[in-house]
Design a protein around this ligand. Structure first.
Ligand SMILES: [Zn+2]
Length: 495
């Protein structure tokens, strides 16, 4: 009985709270008030949120060093477009269960202002309560919403801006939520498990079309998209690993880039009430998981190129455009500096890389493995391709380095006799093709780049802001504050 009275009192309190809140919408603010915009300035009407997945300062700094200071002698660093932004901040990234977040809980934090467990999208740690992402508030305010990613559109980060799911792996369920959403523009990679895990469900793209979406996956179709044509799903004509867009390092000049998807988003979303576009450089993370600094750096630069497109738009709408660039976590434990090179760096070696680890696997290693038995395979057969792909001159390596590459080659060819303990295997290769990961790691090390992990790490991420209300993104805060800062800049009434 006591319990029942307690429940009734709680229920009454909730009703009172809800009705009070309904009458008086609460402005977005944190305890210290730092999320509130200054009075008198206009609303951020055109808002770009760029998220580099797996991008913390090491990824940003590596891209800057790569671009401008390729040897130890040349220490002039020219800033990227976004590192010249007037306001910088730092955000903690821990989630409800660990100091090292994943993209689902980090996406939930940024999109809804709530902590949750790794793997959960826009729901609480108990997996019962749903959180409303900022995009829903934006849509309700009459602004248009665009979501762009280089990885699959139902991957954790983009999903955090339109879906709610107990598990980020429920790809089909998330794809259906995208298909049934009323947001205006989805662009980039494809949909993972589009017809379900067992390929026995209704095609999510068919559901999307029935819900009014125009779908294109050709360059001509993409170019033909014009404003006023309704909701759009635009998928890159060329897909690479798991249906993601290709790595920037593997992109041919005439293929669509992240900048192209950003430019098209502006064209389609621009309207008098404003828009919000989330643009994710998702493969910075994937490259860093695989310890491929070259691929990661080129994808950071591709994001910078996309940000420059947003800056061009901002130049035309300086009073009400806001551009925010951040990361969701760091990946790989990347750093500038390696024990073997001490105080020196040789980023010119990274510039010799011509393929991502995925392209090397697909175009060199897999065909080679398919055409030869393990007994007949010789590392010498691949040395010309290795030099062409990664700039590694095998003859110039030390005996120790040669031995490591030969060992990894034997492992990639499935030579059982040299199989080591599972733990060693993971620490050595992280579940990737042994030869490929050893080649990128070794080339990175000779360039003075170190890695500590094949997973994420727990260091803070930087934020760069430019435009109206940029000042509230300065300082050191938590990733959940991003939601309140964006809401405040857009003058959204969020609970
Ligand atoms: Zn990751």
């Amino acid at each position: 009985m006591k319990k029942r009275i307690g429940i009734l009192l709680c229920a009454a309190a909730v009703v009172l709270c809800v009705s009070a809140l309904a009458c008086q919408p609460q402005p977005a603010k944190s305890l210290d008030g730092q999320n509130e915009v200054a009075a008198g300035k206009g609303q951020a009407k055109y808002v770009f949120l760029f998220i580099g997945d797996g991008m913390a300062m090491p990824q940003v700094s590596s891209a800057e060093v790569f671009s401008t200071a390729r040897s130890s002698k040349d220490i002039n660093i020219t800033r990227l477009g976004f590192t010249k932004f007037p306001v910088t901040g730092l955000a903690t990234t821990y989630d409800a269960g660990t100091f090292i977040t994943d993209s689902a809980s980090a996406g939930t934090a940024i999109a809804t202002g709530n902590k949750t467990l790794s793997g959960v999208i826009n729901m609480d740690a108990g997996k019962t309560q749903k959180f409303k992402p900022i995009t829903e508030y934006i849509h309700e305010a009459g602004m248009k919403v665009g979501i762009v990613s280089t990885v699959t559109l139902n991957h954790a980060t983009p999903a955090s801006f339109y879906a709610k799911a107990t598990s980020r792996s429920d790809y089909y369920d998330i794809a259906v939520q995208l298909a049934e959403s009323d947001f205006d523009y989805y662009g980039g990679g494809s949909l993972l498990q589009q017809t379900g895990k067992n390929k026995d469900k209704q095609d999510a793209l068919e559901i999307a079309k029935a819900n009014g979406f125009t779908y294109v996956n050709t360059k001509d179709g993409f170019n033909a998209l014009k404003p006023g044509g309704g909701k759009v799903i635009a998928i890159s004509p060329r897909l690479q690993d798991d249906g993601a867009m290709q790595y920037e390092i593997d992109r041919k000049p005439d293929e669509l880039s992240l900048a192209d998807f950003t430019r098209k988003g502006i064209e389609l979303l621009d309207n008098s009430k404003g828009f919000f576009m989330m643009i994710e450089g998702g493969k910075v993370d994937w490259a860093c998981h695989a310890n491929d600094a070259g691929a990661a750096i080129h994808d950071v630069l591709a994001m910078d190129a996309a940000i420059r497109v947003a800056l061009d738009f901002a130049a035309k709408h300086p009073k009400n455009t806001l551009i925010v660039v951040t990361g969701d976590h760091e990946t790989g434990g990347l750093t500038i500096g390696f024990a073997g090179t001490q105080y020196d760096t040789f980023f010119d070696k990274v510039a010799l890389q011509k393929k991502s680890y995925v392209a090397f696997d697909d175009e060199v290693l897999k065909p080679y493995k398919a055409g030869i038995s393990a007994a007949n395979a010789k590392l010498a057969d691949l040395l010309p391709s290795i030099k062409e792909s990664f700039g590694i001159d095998f003859d110039s390596l030390s005996a120790f380095q040669k031995e490591q590459i030969e060992f990894a080659f034997q492992r990639s060819m499935g030579n059982e006799q040299i199989r080591s303990f599972a733990e060693d295997k993971y620490l050595l290769y992280g579940g990737y093709e042994p030869l490929t990961v050893k080649l990128t790691q070794m080339m990175n090390q000779t360039a003075g780049i170190g890695w500590t992990s094949y997973a994420h790490t727990g260091v803070p991420v930087p934020t760069f802001a430019s435009g109206v209300h940029q000042e509230i993104f300065g300082g050191y805060y938590d990733n959940t504050d991003m939601f309140r800062k964006l809401a405040s800049a857009m003058n959204l009434k969020v609970l």
